[in-house]
Design a protein around this ligand. Structure first.
Ligand code: PLP
Length: 357
């Protein structure tokens, strides 16, 4: 740390992304919930030589073409959407715009919420999930700041029904609730349908998971026109050209290929359910995931850490969260059917190796 760093940032611990190994071809990378399938072929067609030649020009600061297609796809007005450089950037905008009184989020959830709270020096609260990792919305009653829920949640994979989201929104119409739907396309119903009735709802989504565009960095917010205007004030004060031209084109092409999108989501969900069943058959507890990952733990003969390490020794990269309530669990992103067969076969071999764990 240099002596020039602002005092507020001295205690900040940055988010630790899942490992991105380079050049290790044999490693099966199932640690950051990427989609195992490539983007739609239409994306490749959209990113042609002519578009590359236009990179001398700035990208559209209004993201107009992209937002029009996105708004149509979501069934909302053009002024109700905003694009972010990944949904992480949208979260950053939202925390800086709406969390003066802090943010409340589950104790076990996407780690970036806590990082942003610390970064902005907010009076935030981590609200414990129930023992079974479900969200108890009544525990948010009376909290004055912004409420942030990932739905489905990560790493639990559990989906909170819209009725519960409505209860949360009804607790206080003057408190904004941000619902992070990074994984919604793999199961569950989007809260976007609640927007006409709840002005205090902000939905955040991403192209990183279900649209196979993690490397393009494209996320979005959907909310009331006023809330989106506020987010745009932040965006245009920090980074008005926040989405590059090629990513905007990739986003449009991905949205236009609805068949490919639906097929990829359905395939991932089917492979996920197969994997969950297989791991349960091997003695793991596996949550009911509505996402593109499985969360497995509680094995009588294998601790979460030992399982994570043993997978890694066998060339499979998963994710382990070293916190008291999650240390006995491993999160494994859903790959192709063949990749997940390798995970299950490797797990069998680990268990039958008869090691002392
Ligand atoms: C719940 C949740 N929200 C947001 C993100 C960020 O996604 P991106 O910035 O790639 O859109 C992630 C990434 O894993 C996530 O798990």
């Amino acid at each position: 740390m240099s002596r020039f760093l602002n005092g507020r940032l001295r205690a900040v611990e940055p988010y630790t992304p899942g490992e991105q190994p380079r050049g290790v071809q044999s490693l099966l990378k199932l640690n950051t919930n990427e989609n195992p399938y490539p983007p739609s072929p239409r994306v490749l067609a959209a990113l042609n030589e002519g578009e590359v030649a236009r990179l001398n020009l700035y990208s559209d600061p209004d993201c107009a073409d992209f937002l029009r297609v996105l708004a149509d796809t979501l069934g909302v007005g053009r002024a109700q959407v905003l694009a972010g450089n990944g949904s992480d950037e949208v979260l950053q905008f939202a925390f800086s715009a709406f969390a003066e009184k802090g943010a409340a989020y589950p104790d076990i959830t996407y780690g970036f919420y806590d990082v942003l709270s610390r970064f902005f020096g907010l009076p935030s609260r981590a609200v414990p999930l129930r023992e079974d990792f479900t969200v108890a919305v009544e525990d948010y009653e009376g909290f004055p700041g912004m409420v942030v829920l990932a739905n489905p949640n990560a790493p639990s994979g559990l989906y909170l029904p819209l009725g519960e989201i409505e209860k949360l929104l009804s607790q206080d119409p003057d408190r904004l609730c941000l619902i992070d739907e990074a994984y919604i396309d793999f199961g569950g119903e989007s809260a976007v349908s609640l927007l006409p009735r709840y002005e205090n709802l902000l939905v955040v989504g991403t192209f990183s998971k279900s649209r196979s565009l993690a490397g393009a960095r494209l996320g979005y917010a959907v909310g009331s026109e006023e809330v989106i205007r506020d987010l745009n004030t932040v965006r245009c004060s920090i980074n008005p050209y926040n989405i590059n031209s090629l990513t905007l084109l990739a986003g449009i092409a991905a949205l236009r290929d609805a068949d490919y999108f639906q097929k990829c989501c359905a395939d991932v969900a089917a492979v996920r359910d197969w994997t969950a069943r297989a791991l349960r058959g091997l003695g793991f507890t596996v949550t009911e995931s509505s996402t593109n990952f499985v969360f497995a733990g509680g094995h009588p003969a294998l601790s979460g850490w030992a399982y994570f390490e043993a997978l890694r020794e066998n060339g499979i990269l998963a994710r382990h969260f070293d916190a008291p309530r999650t240390e006995d669990w491993v999160r494994i992103s859903v790959g192709t059917a063949a990749q997940m067969e390798r995970v299950v076969d490797t797990t069998k071999a680990i268990l039958s190796a008869g090691k002392e764990f």
